[in-house]
Design a protein around this ligand. Structure first.
Ligand code: SF4
Length: 378
């Protein structure tokens, strides 16, 4: 498995040393935040209703007409420094026609322009839909927060309008695992994301082990924040979150790339606990901490309305539409003028940090002025 891992990382070029989704990369390259990444929402349909779903409230049972794909491709072509695209939903692969008519052409475009690509999926659809992506896709991003089919049943259908039978959930769980194993064996780079939340924080070592067994190349770990379906769930304290990360680091496979994101710990903290964790994360082999891309180097475009958002999941209204304007222009206005961005756009080069995610600030640091702080030398 290790031989396959390093071979694949070389093929798609992504590694702990090279993560083009991290906005610090483009900030260093261009001297200011620059639009290098575009995420597209290609469906609001999904066969699951996960408890933590960040877009749960936008999921629908039917959906309307999508904009002509050419409109989106033309807008992508205009983005001067584009380096990555992400495709999200819903479950993007929910309909076979979306795979053939939207996803594959977007990935072919990305490949032809030398862009890196990612798709977010629950991996429970027929293998044939995923197989079509193998020649083009760089990262298959999945959620994995379970130690067995019962967890999957409880978490994966918590937001369903009707009860879902355990047996039906078990079948999907088995499909997800079989798809992950087969795609990994066929050379796909699967990055499995786990959330640190009230359910998972003591199970992360076991979750990590299962992710390794499926052949995934990377384990992504993000704390869960109050958004959409997750708004009413119990939240962990910062101390519990830090403890869960330490336990995971103690028990992880040191050969697997671990990517932590949207962490609520910053190098300007006055808490010894936070600084100790940051020091440890920096010193661990094959562990990276990604700065949050949303609104830093990335925007989200809804392919049904053309609306442009800072992210697909925060309750922040759209700040532009691709029918009317170029993405670079919409992004520049967000960056320079939007009052929300002005609250979090700090940068401490020595710490490789470009500030908190808006949800993180909202949840843990509402009254803190990050713009007046500086990283403590570690
Ligand atoms: S960039 Fe902002 S959040 Fe990061 S260490 Fe500096 S002041 Fe703190």
């Amino acid at each position: 498995m290790k031989a396959i891992q390093s071979e694949t990382s070389q093929v798609c070029g992504l590694s702990p040393e090279y993560d083009p989704w991290d906005p610090i990369v483009s900030l260093r390259k261009y001297g200011r935040h620059t639009l290098t990444s575009v995420e597209m929402t290609v469906t609001n349909l999904c066969n699951m209703r996960c408890e933590h779903c960040a877009v749960g409230d936008s999921l629908t049972m039917k959906e309307g007409e999508m904009l002509p794909l050419k409109t989106m491709l033309d807008r992508l072509e205009e983005v001067e420094h584009l380096e990555t695209i992400s495709i999200t939903g819903g479950e993007p692969m929910f309909r076979a026609s979306t795979v053939d008519e939207v996803i594959v052409p977007l990935l072919q475009y990305a490949k032809s322009r030398g862009l890196r690509s990612q798709i977010n999926s629950n991996l429970t659809m027929p293998y044939s839909r995923y197989e079509k992506l193998l020649p083009y896709l760089d990262v298959m991003h999945i959620s994995f927060n379970y130690v067995n089919g019962d967890d999957f049943h409880e978490v994966g259908f918590a937001g369903s309008a009707h009860p879902v039978a355990k047996e039906a959930a078990y079948r999907l769980y088995d499909t997800m695992i079989a798809n992950a194993e087969r795609l990994s064996a066929d050379g796909m780079f699967i990055s499995a994301e786990s959330m640190i939340n009230y359910r998972t924080h003591r199970k992360l070592p076991e979750i990590h082990r299962l992710i390794g067994e499926m052949g995934c190349r990377r384990h992504e770990v993000h704390p869960m924040y109050a958004s959409s379906f997750a708004s009413s769930l119990p939240m962990l304290s910062l101390a519990e979150t830090a403890a869960a990360i330490h336990e995971l680091l103690d028990t992880r496979d040191p050969e697997m790339w671990m990517l932590f994101g949207t962490l609520p710990f910053f190098a300007c903290s006055e808490e010894g606990r936070d600084l100790e964790l940051i020091r440890r994360l920096r010193s661990e082999k094959k562990v990276t901490v990604r700065n949050d891309p949303d609104g830093r180097n990335r925007v989200n475009v809804n392919l049904f309305t053309g609306d442009v958002f800072v992210t697909d999941f925060a309750d922040i209204p759209a700040f532009g539409n691709i029918a009317a304007r170029k993405l670079d222009d919409i992004f520049a206005e967000w960056l320079d003028r939007h009052p929300l961005n002005q609250t979090v756009n700090c940068h401490c080069e020595a710490a490789g940090c470009c500030g908190p995610n808006l949800l993180v600030k909202d949840m843990y640091y509402q009254n803190l002025d990050f713009k007046s702080r500086k990283a403590i030398t570690l």
